[in-house]
Design a protein around this ligand. Sequence first.
Ligand code: PRP
Ligand code: 7HP
Length: 176
Amino acid sequence: MSSNASRVLLSSHQIQNRVRELAAEIDRDYPHSRPLYLVSILKGSFMFMADLARALNRHNVRIEFMGISSYGSAKTSSGQVKVTRDLDVNIEGQHVLIVEDIIDSGVTLSYLRRLLTQRHPKSLEIVTLLDKPERRIQPVEVKYVGFSIPDEFVVGYGLDYAEDYRNLSDIRILSE
Ligand code: PRP
Ligand code: 7HP
């Protein structure tokens, strides 16, 4: 591929293996007798959501989406979180798992956690494929982390730079 994203950080194979491990953990942790609401944060987590949902071994997974934006087309968060699409279901009394592609500053997820907590779910947890702990500005409690990665701007597997690269099946480091 001719682009600024030639260094593979996580291969498709590594990602798929880890997604299966996360799904097995989630399957163990949540009662199979009740629905599990997966809330995918658009757009970045669409690919992770699709793979994670398929790797869960249960029939009562509810697929929901929210749109939250704080980056625009830049490489750093604007710090301004905007809900661009809200849930259209009532999550009161439900087990809710937020599905995110990456946690960077923590601004998006700490905002979202506060917002959804006010809706009184039975439980509210977060699964993120990637975590960049060095970048944290706001603390966020995250139950499931796929990979902890260094402070590099990454693209692929749903993650973009100015809307490009989301379709890659691996995760690559974007060079300057
Ligand atoms: C990305 C990513 C997270 C957020 C993480 O979303 O998907 O939601 O940034 O960053 P933070 O921890 O610094 O808040 P983005 O706003 O780029 O939207 P996108 O998912 O549509 O690409
Ligand atoms: C957001 C984001 N989007 C794409 N790649 C990264 O490394 C990112 N960090 N925060």
